[in-house]
Design a protein around this ligand. Structure first.
Ligand SMILES: Cc1cc2nc3c(=O)[nH]c(=O)nc-3n(C[C@H](O)[C@H](O)[C@H](O)COP(=O)(O)OP(=O)(O)OC[C@H]3O[C@@H](n4cnc5c(N)ncnc54)[C@H](O)[C@@H]3O)c2cc1C
Length: 373
């Protein structure tokens, strides 16, 4: 039996499952809870941003930007992506040189980007505080509905015969002669692997590959806030900030999503996360500092229930598992793995099918953490 197994029903697992199965591979997809219950689900939308991305991810983002606008047609859904443009707001003189360098680099990667002086920022975002002195503008960036997209990938995977099993939590990978031959569930059941194994279970990948690789990643319960409807939402673009932990997105019904990297509390026993009052206050305070008219904003939803793995060098590891000739892994997206997902899934699928690692994935190899001895 040549059944390939994918662990993790987030955007990566579902997109890779669809990609492989639509090229004739027999695929079983195992998900501990339900599709889109991890980082690929939850309130609000996700930023699809090239602006201020690590330079090693820019080639992936250049490809992802080609995919996103038409992805709903490929998946047969309502539009999933909205082009809003991204503004990285700058408040401190000392952040300007970094901003100039990014403008040059992003344009060199074919991602139109410009530096806006204060007056031009106010033309685009009239509500920003007087303290904003400039912004880096990336007009092709936007936002997408992560839950709908992930479910749409799963539905396409189902159409091409992927065997999706939800409620199956994998505890261990069983190896024989350098191959992953089976998986052990937390209940102690064994699931045989006939073909390849894809470990794309985000928060669990580090533990699952530990016998073969020491990934320098850890899990974070990232906080997302959604406001009650605002009479006049001042936020027009996807907004980031060069020196505050802040990301803003206008949501439906006049709501505002506030995030950026504040952390909630994760309970490993119940596997649930909760937002913390101080972190909520800090996130809202930053939003108000940047858009003064948001003073008095009320939080409708405060969520920290969706774990994400962060990596030591802030870029993911996407590679074969060393010592397991038929296994691939991907994790450590560090809070920005959504935007590049369609491009990465496409590249991982082609790697598995033709055996050659695509050049664009070379910077994400595990060997970058190996010792020199
Ligand atoms: C709050 C928040 C905001 C974010 N904002 C952005 C953004 O604006 N832009 C951006 O680009 N990125 C953003 N990200 C990051 C992005 O959402 C993630 O990098 C991406 O969704 C990861 O997808 P995944 O498929 O690897 O992981 P997940 O969606 O977490 O999927 C992994 C799945 O594996 C399952 N699983 C875990 N362990 C096991 C196991 N042992 N056995 C079986 N199944 C298992 C989980 O239940 C989960 O469904 C954000 C993330 C969070 C949490």
């Amino acid at each position: 039996m040549a059944r390939t197994i994918i662990v993790g029903g987030g955007v990566y697992g579902t997109a890779i499952a669809w990609g492989l199965a639509s090229r004739g591979v027999e695929v079983q997809l195992l998900e501990a809870q339900t599709v889109a219950s991890g980082a690929s689900g939850g309130p609000g939308r996700r930023g699809v941003r090239a602006n201020y991305r690590d330079h090693r991810e820019l080639p992936l983002m250049a490809r992802a930007r080609e995919i996103w606008p038409g992805l709903h047609e490929t998946l047969g859904t309502d539009p999933l992506f909205e082009r809003t443009g991204h503004l990285m707001l700058i408040e401190r003189e000392r952040d300007l040189a970094n901003a100039e360098a990014r403008v040059v680099l992003q344009n060199r990667h074919g991602i139109p980007t410009s530096m806006l002086p204060a007056a031009a920022v106010r033309d685009l975002e009239p509500g920003v505080a007087p303290s904003i002195i400039a912004a880096v503008h990336c007009p092709g960036d936007g936002v997408s509905d992560h839950t709908a997209t992930t479910k749409a990938f799963a539905a396409k995977a189902n159409e091409v015969g992927v065997d999706l099993r939800q409620g199956v939590r994998i505890a261990n990978v069983i190896e024989r002669n350098g191959r992953a031959v089976a998986l052990e569930t937390v209940e102690g059941d064994e699931i045989q692997i006939g073909g390849d194994l894809f470990l794309f279970a985000n928060s669990s990948v580090r533990d699952l590959v530990r016998p073969w690789a020491e990934l320098p990643t850890w899990n974070l319960a990232l906080q997302v806030l959604v406001s009650r409807p605002l009479a006049d939402n001042p936020v027009r673009h996807l907004i980031g900030h060069a020196s505050r932990t802040l990301s803003l997105k206008a949501e439906e019904g006049g709501r505002l999503m506030i995030s950026g990297g504040h952390l909630g509390h994760w309970d490993p026993e119940t596997r649930t996360g909760s937002a913390l009052p101080d972190a909520i206050k800090a996130n809202v305070a930053d939003a108000v500092a940047v858009y003064p008219s948001l003073a008095g904003l009320e939080v409708e939803v405060a969520d920290a229930n969706h774990l994400e793995a962060e990596s030591l060098d802030s870029i993911p590891t996407i590679d074969r598992v060393p010592g397991l000739s038929n296994a691939f892994m991907g994790c450590g997206w560090t809070g920005h793995g959504w935007a590049i997902a369609p491009a990465v899934a496409e590249l991982v699928t082609s790697w598995a099918l033709d055996g050659t690692r695509p050049q664009a994935l070379a910077p994400f190899g595990y060997a970058r953490f190996a010792t020199q001895s």
